[in-house]
Ligand binder design. Sequence first.
Ligand SMILES: *[C@@H]1O[C@H](CO)[C@@H](O)[C@H](O)[C@H]1NC(C)=O
Ligand SMILES: *[C@@H]1O[C@H](CO)[C@@H](O)[C@H](O)[C@H]1NC(C)=O
Ligand SMILES: *[C@@H]1O[C@H](CO)[C@@H](O)[C@H](O)[C@H]1NC(C)=O
Ligand SMILES: *[C@@H]1O[C@H](CO)[C@@H](O)[C@H](O)[C@H]1NC(C)=O
Ligand SMILES: *[C@@H]1O[C@H](CO)[C@@H](O)[C@H](O)[C@H]1NC(C)=O
Ligand SMILES: *[C@@H]1O[C@H](CO)[C@@H](O)[C@H](O)[C@H]1NC(C)=O
Ligand SMILES: *[C@@H]1O[C@H](CO)[C@@H](O)[C@H](O)[C@H]1NC(C)=O
Ligand SMILES: *[C@@H]1O[C@H](CO)[C@@H](O)[C@H](O)[C@H]1NC(C)=O
Ligand SMILES: *[C@@H]1O[C@H](CO)[C@@H](O)[C@H](O)[C@H]1NC(C)=O
Ligand SMILES: *[C@@H]1O[C@H](CO)[C@@H](O)[C@H](O)[C@H]1NC(C)=O
Length: 299
Amino acid sequence: MKMTNIIIILGIVSVPVSSVTVNVSSTDLVEFNSSVSLSCSSSGSSLSFLWLNRSSVFTATDRVQLTDGGRNLTIVNVSRYDQGPFNCRVSNAVRNKTSKAVNLSINYGPGNITLKTSLALEFYVTGSNVNLSCSAVSSPTAQFTWFLNRTKLPDTGPELTLTNIQTSQSGDYSCQAFNTKTLRYQTSQPSPLIVLEHQPLSHGCSGGCIAGIVIAAVVVVDVVILVYFLWIKPDAAARTGGEGQDNTTSPQKQELEYAHISFQNTDGGTVQMGPEDNPTQYAEINAYRPHEPSSMTNL
Ligand SMILES: *[C@@H]1O[C@H](CO)[C@@H](O)[C@H](O)[C@H]1NC(C)=O
Ligand SMILES: *[C@@H]1O[C@H](CO)[C@@H](O)[C@H](O)[C@H]1NC(C)=O
Ligand SMILES: *[C@@H]1O[C@H](CO)[C@@H](O)[C@H](O)[C@H]1NC(C)=O
Ligand SMILES: *[C@@H]1O[C@H](CO)[C@@H](O)[C@H](O)[C@H]1NC(C)=O
Ligand SMILES: *[C@@H]1O[C@H](CO)[C@@H](O)[C@H](O)[C@H]1NC(C)=O
Ligand SMILES: *[C@@H]1O[C@H](CO)[C@@H](O)[C@H](O)[C@H]1NC(C)=O
Ligand SMILES: *[C@@H]1O[C@H](CO)[C@@H](O)[C@H](O)[C@H]1NC(C)=O
Ligand SMILES: *[C@@H]1O[C@H](CO)[C@@H](O)[C@H](O)[C@H]1NC(C)=O
Ligand SMILES: *[C@@H]1O[C@H](CO)[C@@H](O)[C@H](O)[C@H]1NC(C)=O
Ligand SMILES: *[C@@H]1O[C@H](CO)[C@@H](O)[C@H](O)[C@H]1NC(C)=O
């Protein structure tokens, strides 16, 4: 100290820059939550200080404060891009010297969480194997937990392996990333996974069941025909009757008669059909005709 004073008094700057060191308030920082101060010290006389962020020189901004004659650098509200390396460069008239690089460890995330399924499908058959993988931008690496319909599963880790899946495992899968340093979470969009029975649908219906359906269909057709003759035919007859003299030869009336015959036939009667001989077909045609009057005339 005394020696420095003497040199300045004599007006001779002769103490070279040496032992430039940087002291950091903390190197373990949290993005958007931490500020950091770096102070530079050096021996030598008439020193000036300069800070480098990689190779570019720091200037004071709203995020960067330079105090104590430039010895002290403070970065407010650090981001993940502020990891350095940083250097302090000290110079005087004799020479300059640069500190060792200082790196900051900025913890950030998780962000950009992405959930992927191995086949990018939504539907699976029972017994399939499905892998789900989760990723997130995070430092340090995020810890993952899994959810099915918002219920936490016991599984952890970035991969969820589902082997021999069952219909009970259908639902919305999602993953959650946690950063132990930033104490932040992020949860993925739910990914729907639907597990379908392996058997085709008709397998569940036995021969007797199919027979039942056929019988039910026949009964319905009969009821429709019955309704037709009780309610619709009289009206149709009245309509055609009111239309004039050509109604006796109209195809509409012939159709009605065939329907009549077939109805009796399916009921167990012995009425013969004449040249056209499939009673069921006629019953079917006539059962649906009243709902399509325009197509009738095309016959
Ligand atoms: C660095 O900072 C710590 C506390 O922040 C302090 O104890 C230490 O003396 C400083 N070292 C130098 C060289 O300034
Ligand atoms: C820190 O920076 C981020 C993004 O630059 C900003 O959203 C946030 O408000 C800042 N926090 C503080 C305390 O300034
Ligand atoms: C550097 O500056 C910050 C704020 O500007 C202050 O809190 C810190 O104590 C300073 N450090 C030194 C070593 O002067
Ligand atoms: C340091 O430089 C990087 C680019 O190399 C930049 O993204 C970052 O914002 C800079 N940090 C500060 C505090 O200026
Ligand atoms: C720093 O010192 C080196 C030699 O050690 C010299 O080449 C360079 O020009 C100096 N830079 C400044 C800014 O004084
Ligand atoms: C700082 O980081 C750089 C790369 O960004 C690396 O080359 C260097 O060795 C690191 N320095 C320290 C002291 O960790
Ligand atoms: C986020 O993910 C998308 C695509 O998955 C990628 O393009 C983008 O670069 C990622 N962002 C970051 C910050 O990693
Ligand atoms: C799922 O991951 C396991 C390992 O965890 C692997 O053996 C298997 O091949 C993967 N299956 C698919 C469909 O990617
Ligand atoms: C998840 O929710 C869906 C739709 O609400 C439901 O069909 C499914 O059974 C649920 N899965 C579980 C495992 O609770
Ligand atoms: C964020 O900063 C506040 C105030 O400095 C501190 O109490 C909190 O612990 C910090 N959060 C994390 C995750 O470091």
